[in-house]
Each structure stands twice: as C-alpha cells, then as structure tokens.
Design a protein around this ligand. Structure first.
Ligand SMILES: [Zn+2]
Length: 146
C-alpha cells in the first residue's frame, strides 16, 4: 500500500507478517508510526512541522534556514534554547523570506527548495500585488544563450 492510499484509520493498521517470516518495521507498526513510515517510503514528510534549529539565535547575516517547497512557510519560534518563550508563528513567503521573532529577535529565512518555475511564462498569473522579480545579470544574459 502506498502513502497516498491511506484514507481511513483502518488503513493504518498493518496486515502483519506472513506466517514463518520475520515482520518488518512496516508490518509491525500501526497508527501514526505506520503513516510516518509509509510517508518516508514515498519521500513525503508527513510531520511537516519539524522542530526548528533552536541551538542558536538567527541573525540577519546568519538566519536560521527553514526549508520549504511551497510559496509560503510558517515557522514556530520558541526561542533559544527551545521553549524559552511561548510559540510565536512567523509567516515567510518566497517574496519576503526573512522574518524576525518579535519575542527573542531570532531571524528566520525561508529557503525555497521546490521546483523552479519559468517566470517568463508566468506573466498575468502572479499574486496581483505588483511585486516584480528583481532584475539580475542572469536576466540580461539568458536570451543570448537560449
Ligand atoms: Zn522567538
């Protein structure tokens, strides 16, 4: 069974190992543990809200990176060390990737790890608030090499 086929709680209980064989972790596991293993088999991180790197305080020059494959990512800061203050949710986007926790001042930066889209075919489908991708040298160089 694949991770994407998990529809109900019943699906999370393994069939058990066939008689005479040594059960694997997957066959023995149930519930959330089974869902997590199935997810790992499909390279899906089921528990997306991983604990942040709370071993240091992020700074503007060296922010704590938060990997995201989406347009936006929320990070829950609890200070350094972890749980120093009540969780404060910081929302980062690809357009504004840097956020600073108002409680402890730790700086987080969303690191986009998703697929790169081609902005040249994306006009008119943006987010509608006038944001323009900053011009870089690559934008001037590209056409000559394409
Ligand atoms: Zn904080």
């Amino acid at each position: 069974m694949r991770y994407t086929e998990v529809k109900t709680v019943d699906d999370l209980f393994g069939p058990g190992a066939p008689a005479g064989t040594v059960p694997t972790d997957l066959e023995q596991s149930t519930g959330l543990e089974r869902l997590e293993i199935l997810g790992k088999m499909e390279s899906v991180d089921v528990f997306d809200m991983r604990p942040l790197d709370a071993s240091r305080l992020g700074t503007l020059s060296n922010p704590v990176l938060v990997r995201s494959a989406g347009e936006e990512q929320f990070a829950g800061c609890t200070g350094v060390p972890a749980d120093s203050h009540n969780v404060i949710w910081l929302g980062m986007t690809r357009e504004r990737p840097v956020e600073r926790c108002p409680e402890c001042g730790s700086v987080y930066k969303m690191e986009y790890v998703g697929p790169q889209e081609d902005h040249h075919h994306d006009h008119g489908h943006g987010h509608g608030h006038g944001w323009q991708e900053p011009k870089t040298m690559a934008d001037y160089v590209k056409p000559e090499y394409w």
